[in-house]
Design a binder for this molecule. Sequence first.
Ligand code: GLA
Length: 386
Amino acid sequence: MKLTIDDVRSRFIKHFDGETGSVYASPGRINLIGEHTDYNNGFVFPGAVEQGMIAEIKPNGTRNVRAYSIDLKDYVEFNLDDEQGPKATWARYIFGVCREMMALGVPVEGFNTAFAGDVPLGAGMSSSAALESTYAFALNDLWGDNKIEKMELARVGQRTEHKYVGCNCGIMDQFASVHGKKGSLMRLDCRSGEFEYFPWNPKGYQLILVNSCVKHELAGSPYNERRLQCEHVAEVIAQKHPEVKSLRDANYDMLEEVKAEITADEYKRARYVIGEVVRVLNVCDALQKDDYETVGQMMYETHYGLSKEYEVSCEELDFLNEIAKEEGVTGSRIMGGGFGGCTINLVADELVDNFKKVVVEKFEAKYGKKPIVIDVVIGDGSRKLC
Ligand code: GLA
């Protein structure tokens, strides 16, 4: 069910003695292609979704933040000037955003807040970025005169992940959540920060997510290790090719040259990334020509790379990918960081109903639980609701 302002407002009023505040929202995201390329300075191709986070916020005249998570039924209070911050991870996202906004000179004051979300947690749809972006956008509006530009708000969320949660993520999720636009995907150059909106209106196809419901948590997962492996390969290549600043600048020949100097795992990781950087550009070209067969083929190649070279898949995701292939789905792959979560599928209109039915049946027959099928609707980015 779609989350509404009233769902949040009614709980805010109940929790904080009848008062109302301002309400803000930010979405989760999908990513058509370009996975694990952001922290390698390559391209990504995300779009915001309709599902997201909604938060009501009201200044309370103290230095304390009183936060209530409606979904978790958990309440945390922290002081803005405390260096340590709260223990609960969900509250650390809010704490991190406050601290990073303060570090940018925004005179944040204490507030009461309640929030809820309808982005499935741990599904690779960036529920945490949605939470960070909601508060970054809100604090900029409430205390920052909206002077901080959107890309910096996205970086506030990213720094929160790095410094307060322990996930050394790239910029894609927070970028997409803040900049999303209804009906458009965005191609972002993660090095320059330049991006372009691409209207997403594929004739004859739909994007469908299938959530394996295998929950993934990037903090504490091998995500950070993957990033280190990529950076190491780039450093080794740079000794011979100083123009290579990150894997985005590398090619297969360069990788072969250094094969003896890196581990077998590092070699595989880099092979995947070098291929993926090119695939994003191929997909953009194909989209200009309405060539969805090529888009789909690239998605399958990405899945193969994420599974066999980058090794961030799991049995359930590989199975979902197999089903898509068997059912004639045009493109299918793991979406997001991996280790669980969703596959994203590009499905021809006439196959949609059958695919949705069969994927649930086959998955349930094998794992004894139903995956969740989600129709992708590309929505807007961070905004004030009232
Ligand atoms: C997570 C990270 C992103 C990105 C993806 C993989 O969602 O937060 O920065 O690296 O994984 O593409």
